[in-house]
Design a protein around this ligand. Sequence first.
Ligand code: GLV
Ligand code: GLV
Length: 320
Amino acid sequence: MKNRVLVTRRIPPEGLAVLQDHGFAVELNPEDRPMTKLEIIGSLNGVDALLTQLVDPVNREVIEAGKSLRVIAAYAAGYDNIDVPAAAERGIVVTNTPRVLTEATAEMAWSLLLSAARRVAEGDRLTRSGGFRGWAPLFHLGQGITGKVLGIVGAGRIGTAVARMSRGFQMKILYWGRTRNEEIEKELAGRKVELTELLKESDFVSLHVPLSAETRHLIGKKELELMKPTSVLVNTARGPVIDEAALVLALRAGRPFAAGLDVYEKEPLLSPGLADLPNVVLAPHAGSATVETRARMAVLAAENIAAVLEGRPPLTPVGG
Ligand code: GLV
Ligand code: GLV
């Protein structure tokens, strides 16, 4: 009997090729949309491995329906959509795709930072719609970046990569996280501070914490009020880390100066008023969306599945 793998949404062919090379029977969602929870549950009978997207609700109900499941491979770094303890109780291994998307996501954070600070997206809209009436000394002023303070909230791999990329801009680094980050301290002369201090002192704040009960609404009204009126907030982590309604009010009041968002509280919906603000750059959850990275994520997710089904340790188990 072939091992069966359910892939909930089409992924780059490199990943499917790995699964086929290992002789697995691949069942692929034929439609170009996410599967619903009921569709996933209805497809799990006899399935050994589930390759899932970050929008799939892999909760206890789904996990308990997967009677023959041995591995759940998230096609993502973040796995807040998966009930990991419920999987562990049943001896199901959960894996994710860290490392391969670190630089791509850090690049997106920088794209949003630069665009929000220098009003690139807003300027593009203005220029296209005939609003550019010629150069003027006080027209379209943004915030400078070189030599300023960059605050990294959550100094894991992606946060560290964002900090590293600031070198060309000669920025001073502050960071907040659970553990000390030697690379940021030694190589970038960064300093670990309390979140309050980071928010008060930073000109740019970039979020890189995973979503959990502790980080939900980590940035709310009170925190936004600590930020400088000239500051820029960037979120490439998970939408609910920011209280989006509070952010709309804060941006409307001009403090922070601007924001760059790749993720939203109720994706793909936007909080009322967000899209009307000129001082926010909105990306469509595309942090890892480069051709190279998405292919590497597909291969890594498939290799994790192959390892577990063939009795080897997974390459990147969650929490590992
Ligand atoms: C994307 O958001 C991911 O977690 O991979
Ligand atoms: C990315 O892989 C991270 O853990 O920050």
